[in-house]
Design a protein around this ligand. Structure first.
Ligand SMILES: C[S@@+](CC[C@H](N)C(=O)[O-])C[C@H]1O[C@@H](n2cnc3c(N)ncnc32)[C@H](O)[C@@H]1O
Length: 153
């Protein structure tokens, strides 16, 4: 993933490093922002990861946590069947509670459905991997990504 990410930029100001959610390789109060896309639910101890994020954020720093695997988006639940790592399946409310338990204010929580991409006609876009075409449309049009934004006090 880092090799992939590096291939998108030759900007010397951008750095890459590999770390584990359970022990973020940053000093206390050292970061302005943390962004996680489609990764947080792989944390072995997500509550500890939130405490780690709280630890490394400066006062007023933000954590943008984006996940597509969450309780309300039911068609994503089957992902766990194909993944060896135990994944965290929290609801919108559980995300908010866990952020607060870790000492983060919840500034915002929203779903980011994809309503702009035109979904091709069923004959042009087979959905054999889904229970039904309606399930597929629900997954993208209704739920999409869950974004929870935390702020360090
Ligand atoms: C679905 S990929 C998402 C990657 C990228 N953010 C994107 O949107 O394309 C999930 C990422 O989570 C990382 N990951 C899984 N468990 C992790 C852990 N315990 N600590 C740090 N990263 C982890 C994986 O290495 C992988 O890069």
């Amino acid at each position: 993933m880092v090799r992939n990410a590096r291939s998108y930029t030759d900007d010397d100001a951008v750095g890459f490093l590999v770390g584990d959610f359970d022990a973020l390789p940053f000093a206390d109060d050292s970061l302005d922002h943390v962004f996680s896309m489609e990764a947080f639910y792989y944390a072995a101890d997500p509550r500890n990861t939130l405490r780690e994020i709280r630890r490394v954020l400066k006062p007023g720093g933000t954590f943008y946590c984006a996940v597509n695997y969450f309780a309300e988006s039911e068609s994503t639940h089957a992902w766990q069947d194909n993944i060896a790592v135990e994944m965290t399946l929290w609801s919108r409310e559980e995300y908010r509670e866990a952020f607060r338990d870790a000492g983060l204010y919840v500034a915002e929580q929203d779903n980011v459905p994809d309503r702009e991409i035109e979904i091709p006609d069923a004959t042009e876009f087979p959905t054999d991997d889904w229970d039904s075409r309606e399930t597929m449309v629900d997954r993208y049009r209704t739920w999409g990504t869950l974004l929870t934004v935390g702020v360090a006090p």
